[in-house]
Design a protein around this ligand. Structure first.
Ligand code: 5AD
Length: 346
């Protein structure tokens, strides 16, 4: 295993078979060996600085019906909401005061927000906060919308590929949602000059180590600027409500592999990681993650953006408690930083 980890570090990639071998046979000692290298790779580029992004969950209406997701269209128990443009700007105002210089507008695929309307919202954020980056996470939209938003000033786009195995994709989504379409969206976003974030869930139903190896091979090819991964966590009102969650150990192992493969990438220690274990985010950072994304959504709607059971949103992952988060990271030797934190090749 150590030979493979050394090779990954040297060559920034492995074959699918080699990834399968690593993922199916690693011991806790192998993981520690990996984390020493992956942590060093992160520290040589970013020091012990952790970037923060303010996450604004602006709508939970969604036209999609992903079998794993709590805000899927068919979940009639979800209480739906959408923020007004004024409310979105107020979130940014609050976030700016707290030291955030990146705002992530994330929502379900809510076509009530037209391409033009979202472009207007992006322009008003960029006008009010010219020193801030705007990241969008609004799912699959026509390339014309992506272009409009880019012209309006959006800097980055998050669209997880979810799984790079088309057959597995078909087991997680209804037939109308196609793997090829998702991939094409990622390719258009890259062409349009966004800093692109992709990613996947760890331990989603029917996932095998071959699927995960395929995810890594796909990401090596795509060369995204950001990669978000987190454990699958069941949501009670979905078809996968009784499936077991993904594992912390496997998730942090994958973060370590991603850090060696994409050493300059921005890798968040995600909310899902913080939800399955109280020290999940710290474990992610010690494996090479360098971003956290506290929740800046208005308090009244946070519980409604429930992608999975017990999603945390009011403790240290809440933007208003960012100073507590800072203390926790200081305890493991890291500092939060007020910086846009753009992608750069070191
Ligand atoms: N468990 C973990 N992550 C989930 N997501 C959606 N539902 C779940 C779940 N049940 C992730 C998806 C999506 C991101 C916004 O949240 O990967 O891309």
């Amino acid at each position: 295993m150590r030979g493979l980890i050394d090779k990954l570090e040297r060559e920034r990639g492995l074959s699918k078979e080699e990834f399968v071998q690593l993922l199916s046979g690693f011991t806790p000692e192998d993981a520690d060996y990996l984390f020493e290298k992956s942590r060093a790779a992160a520290q040589s580029r970013f020091g012990r600085r952790i970037y923060i992004r303010g996450l604004i969950e602006f709508t939970n209406y969604c036209r999609c019906d992903c079998y794993y997701c709590g805000i899927r269209r068919s979940n009639l128990n979800a209480q739906r909401y959408r923020l007004t443009p004024e409310e979105i700007l107020e979130c940014c105002q609050e976030g700016y005061g707290l030291g955030f210089r990146t705002f992530v507008l994330q929502g379900g695929e809510d076509l009530t927000f037209s391409g033009q309307e979202l472009a207007q919202i992006i322009r008003s954020i960029k006008n009010a906060f010219p020193d801030c980056a705007v990241t969008l996470s609004e799912g699959e939209r026509p390339e014309s919308d992506y272009r409009l938003w880019r012209e309006a000033g959006a800097d980055r786009y998050l669209l997880r590929h979810e799984t790079a195995d088309p057959a597995h994709y078909g087991l997680l989504h209804p037939p109308a949602q196609r793997w090829e379409h998702r991939r094409d969206c990622l390719l258009s976003l890259k062409r349009l000059g966004y800093q692109v974030g992709s990613g996947f869930m760890v331990g989603s139903p029917f996932q095998t180590v071959e699927c995960l190896a395929q995810d890594l091979v796909f990401l090596r090819e795509l060369q995204p600027e950001m990669v978000g991964i987190g454990p699958f966590i069941p949501h009670k009102d979905t078809p996968f409500g009784n499936q077991p969650p993904g594992s912390l150990e496997q998730t942090v192992f994958l973060i370590g592999l991603l850090r060696l493969m994409l050493p300059d990438a921005l890798l968040p220690a995600t909310t899902a990681l913080g939800t399955i274990a109280p020290d999940g985010r710290e474990r992610g950072i010690l494996a090479g993650a360098n971003v956290v994304m506290p929740n800046l959504s208005p308090l009244g709607v946070r519980k409604k953006y429930m992608l999975y059971n017990d999603k945390i949103c009011t403790g240290e992952e809440a933007a208003e408690h960012v100073s507590q988060l800072a203390k926790r990271l200081e305890a493991i030797g890291y500092q939060l930083t007020v910086d846009r934190g753009d992608f750069k090749v070191h």
